[in-house]
Write a protein that binds this ligand. Structure first.
Ligand code: SAH
Length: 259
């Protein structure tokens, strides 16, 4: 079959190494109570080949690229009804997937954060995610507090998912090679159904805290109008990147509904 021409604006870097592809797919635990797996950006199906070896779940594919989708439909005729041509960021998930499903993919790196924000919006239906991203982003998401890489997405995702950094993938195994190293991570939904605080306030506080990540929280959170209780907390002398999820929850509770 004629190969898909890689298109830069779609973040297309096709993985050539099937051992790595198998390793990525094997990170799916299958113990999280889902029967469907949605692959984002299958391209020519290097991961799909391994997904289809599993009968424990039903594989769905979404790719924005018409050429890739035509390729996939030819390659996997029985999968026809499970292949979606479209933008994952615009996909209305409730219509397609009423039950829990896992997400897997070598993500287009330019939109990987947006994909993960969408996962967060649907966290109660997405028990597991296995994905390849630009290495720095993967590290940031998996990184514990105290690290310079730690940021908003790390806090939000770590609030609801247990995250492991699995392995690094060098540029040379892709066609064409990306300029950056890649990293594979796995996210598994934790037991937190709701944070033990006002979640909207938590999100605002975290965002505001990282707005000026080099300032202490006392300064970066000032625009929110801090109350007496929170002002006296020693955590305010730290910077956002030093705080774990539970610390932000603690501060959110102190600030209460007064913002
Ligand atoms: N999984 C393949 C391809 C990875 S490249 C491999 O490992 O070889 C990223 C893929 O994501 C491309 O196929 C690209 O067409 C697709 N893509 C880019 N933007 C997308 C979007 N918004 N929604 C769905 N797929 C997208």
């Amino acid at each position: 079959m004629q190969k898909v021409r890689p298109k830069k604006h779609l973040g297309q870097h096709f993985l050539r190494d099937t051992t790595i592809a198998a390793d990525i797919v094997s990170l799916l635990s299958l113990h999280q109570g889902y029967t469907k797996v949605l692959e984002i950006g299958p391209g020519m199906g290097v991961l799909t080949d391994f997904l289809l070896q599993q009968t424990a779940y039903q594989t769905w594919l979404i790719d924005i690229d018409a050429e890739s989708v035509a390729y996939l439909r030819k390659k996997y005729p029985p999968l026809d009804a499970f292949i979606i041509q479209g933008d994952f960021l615009r996909l209305v998930l409730d219509r397609l997937f009423a039950e829990p499903f896992a997400v897997i993919g070598n993500f287009p790196y330019n939109i990987s954060s947006q994909i993960l924000f969408k996962v967060l919006e649907n966290k109660d239906r997405i028990p597991e995610v296995v994905c390849m991203l630009q290495k720095e982003v993967a590290q940031r998401i998996a990184s514990p507090p105290g690290n310079r890489d730690y940021g908003i997405l790390s806090v939000f995702l770590q609030a609801y998912y247990d995250i492991d950094y699995a392995f690094t993938v060098p540029p040379g195994v892709f066609e064409p090679p990306p300029r950056v190293q890649s990293g594979v991570i796995r996210l598994r939904r934790n037991r937190v159904s709701q944070l033990d605080c006002d979640e909207q306030l938590f999100f605002r506080l975290v965002k505001q805290g990282f707005n000026n990540r080099r300032k202490t929280l006392r300064n970066s959170l000032k625009p929110l109008g801090l109350n007496e209780a929170i002002s006296q907390d020693p955590l305010l002398d730290k910077r956002a990147e030093q705080l774990a999820v539970r610390d932000f929850v603690h501060l959110t509770k102190l600030q209460g509904n007064e913002l």
